[in-house]
Design a protein around this ligand. Structure first.
Ligand code: WT7
Length: 635
């Protein structure tokens, strides 16, 4: 147990050094001591970043749900595993114990089996934040089916693209969902999506909002009667260490979303170990991550990491503003939350409401505060620290990505001294590198460059579903023998890391990773649009917001621009989802281009940021005259 819970800074350095000098030995010890294996591995690690190929614990056999559920039954059968807090605070919270979770996951797994789902099949899960979401994920893992969760805020088009990309035959959804005072017709979105998914044969529908929906004969089935009839017992499928556990889509800077594939053993070991240490989780703590399970944060730190540690994890259906902006603090007080993990965008939205609201609640149970998703600005950091943490709960600014599976750079609370806006030090086993403009590694401190990782960690995504070539090109070709993150970072005088933001065409809006290309594609679908370019610009609440420059086909014709803006945003909502809506749309007669025809986003970004002092040499552009026009009419 000695190296499982880091207790002080010296120990961190000591364990870190060991994890870097003898990575295989280090991870082997962690794996040996803390998990349930049906068979141990033949080799700990094989890797080659050129192909690229990474395997951890090859030859081992296990099932992750036996680690997350079964093995806790003897000692924690009556402990709450999942604490469901519904959208409406007037509705009672639901405590699902480890024993009940065991039974409900088995029932669900048996239903899936009866529907013909087998090991290796892909199942799409499009379910709001209700217990069925976590349970369906675990049920897939129990029978070896590969789950592909699609965030239930995505549009029908986004959903169908993801279903088809990974060839899912079964979809799990609900009749609808709550979002504050509103209800959303989820099943309607699924129906629309499935018009273009001929491969889907079955849709299982959970009841949540009791609405009247249309069930398609032969395809759609209510879930509850099937669950009620199913056995509460069931054997877990024995999986290979490197069998895929799930696919989760993330935006790329170009084209289709990337289906990141995470495999079983390494993902389990890393999410469990990081959960324990990054949150300093202790047996009777109540842990709450406010993310949606539809993102990697929820996969790793609502479901798998906490449950692998026998923790109590809160599953919150609601939003921070309903019924009022005290809702988060109401939940913290009510359930005596110890670890609270949220996003900078939520902190900024709450800070805007003032700190007085917080004073009505008892937050004394809080021990650790976390943030994730985007850089946290200084002001938000201090607001969080002073008003929520009362200056005594350390803030862990955790940097990581969908592709990473688990937290990569973070302070360890009560161990690493924090510094506002800094993610501080690499987690155990993580070897970051900063790369300079000429592809060289920047050695020493006080340097700034592109963030890479030099050595594999257990939960690195193994491929992009169906496109290994793209996996290689996206992450392993920019720098030899390195995983390239797409982020810029600096290392300060003591070796602390600060993430400075994306260096590619990905924009992080309210913590959501959005690629520019799919949004531009959606805009360009509008019959009046000739061309468009999207950039990010700083936004008080969202961190970054989207600024679109759009050229129209019929120059000269005067159109009602306000209508056009609405139509464009509607298209984006339909194709991608409301999260990708544009904050500003500027119509212009041209977009600045290089001679080879590439849009100069750098210039557009500066204009959107209202920093036109240093646009660089624009004379080499194909059409320098449009820059003046764009500056003049900038929004
Ligand atoms: C991108 C990954 C991993 C969970 C959520 C996002 C940005 C994430 C931080 C942080 C600065 C951060 C990066 C990264 N990011 N956490 N603490 N500080 N930036 O996952 O959707 O895959 O996005 O989010 O730019 O590359 P994701």
């Amino acid at each position: 147990m000695s190296n499982y819970h880091i207790k002080h800074l010296e120990e961190y350095f000591q364990v870190y050094r060991k994890s870097v000098r003898e990575p295989e030995k280090f991870w082997e010890e962690i794996a040996e001591e803390h998990f349930l294996w049906r068979k141990k591995w033949d080799s700990v690690l094989k890797w080659d970043f050129k192909t690229p190929e990474v395997t951890w614990f090859e030859g081992a056999k296990l099932n992750i749900t036996e680690n997350c559920i079964d093995r806790h039954l003897a000692t924690r059968g009556d402990k709450t595993a999942i604490l469901f807090e519904p959208n409406d605070p007037k509705d009672p919270a639901e405590h699902i114990t480890y024993r009940q979770l065991y039974e409900r996951v088995n029932q669900f797994a048996n239903v899936l089996k009866a529907e013909g789902v087998k090991k290796g099949d892909r199942v799409c899960i499009y379910v709001p934040m209700i217990p069925e979401l976590a349970i369906s994920i675990l049920a897939c893992a129990r029978i070896g089916a590969i789950h592909s969760v699609v965030f239930a805020g995505f549009s029908a088009t986004a959903l169908s693209t993801r279903i088809n990309d990974s060839d899912c035959k079964l979809v799990i959804t609900s009749d609808g969902s709550y979002r504050g005072a509103k209800t959303i017709d989820l099943k309607g979105i699924v129906d629309e999506a499935l018009d273009s998914c001929p491969g889907v044969l079955t849709v299982l529908v959970a009841k949540r909002i009791q609405s009247d929906i249309v069930m398609k004969d032969g395809r759609d089935k209510w879930l509850q009667p099937l669950l009620d009839a199913a056995s509460k017992e069931g054997d877990a499928e024995i999986m290979d260490a490197e069998d895929p556990l799930f696919i989760l889509y993330t935006s790329g800077s170009t084209g289709q979303p990337k289906g990141m594939v995470h495999t079983t053993a390494g993902y389990m070991v890393y999410t469990a170990y990081t959960f324990k240490n990054a949150f300093q989780y202790r047996e009777n703590d109540v842990y709450w991550c406010t993310a949606d399970i539809g993102w990697i944060t929820g996969h790793s730190y609502i479901v798998y990491g906490p449950l692998a540690n026998g923790a109590t994890t809160v599953l919150f259906e609601g939003v921070p503003s309903y019924p009022d902006y005290g809702r988060f603090w109401d939940v913290v007080q009510k359930h005596k939350v110890s670890q609270f993990y949220t996003a900078p965008t939520a902190i900024r939205a709450l800070a805007k409401q003032g700190a007085e609201i917080i004073e009505n609640y008892d937050l004394s149970s809080l021990k650790v505060l976390g943030t994730v998703g985007e850089p946290i600005n200084e002001e938000a950091w201090h607001w969080y620290n002073e008003n929520v943490g009362k200056g005594k709960s350390p803030i862990i600014d955790t940097w990581w990505q969908t592709e990473n599976g688990g937290i990569m750079i973070t302070p360890i609370p009560y161990v690493t001294p924090t510094k506002p806006t800094y993610a501080t030090l690499p987690f155990i086993g993580i070897q970051p590198a900063l790369m300079g403009d000429n592809g060289e590694e920047l050695i020493g401190n006080q340097v700034e460059g592109r963030l890479c990782i030099k050595f594999p960690w257990p939960s690195i995504a193994r491929t992009i579903w169906g496109d290994h070539k793209r996996y290689k090109e996206t992450y392993f070709t920019a720098y030899e023998n390195m995983y390239f993150t797409g982020d810029g970072a600096l290392r300060d005088e003591v070796g602390y890391y600060r993430i400075t933001g994306r260096v590619d065409d990905v924009i992080i809006v309210s913590g959501h990773n959005l690629g520019t290309a799919p949004i531009e594609d959606a805009i360009n679908e509008h019959p009046a649009v000739a061309e468009s370019a999207i950039v990010g610009f700083p936004h008080d609440i969202k961190g970054s917001a989207l600024y679109a420059y759009v050229t129209l086909k019929d120059v000269g014709e005067s159109r009602d621009h306000s209508n056009l803006k609405k139509e464009i945003n509607q298209l984006i909502s339909d194709r991608i989802g409301a999260i990708a809506k544009l904050e500003k749309i500027q119509f212009t007669s041209g977009l600045p281009k290089t001679r080879s025809g590439k849009i100069m986003r750098r210039i557009l970004r500066k204009i959107a940021e209202k920093d036109t002092s240093n646009l660089g040499d624009t004379s080499t552009l194909l059409n320098p005259e449009c820059v003046e026009e764009i500056i003049k009419n900038a929004l």
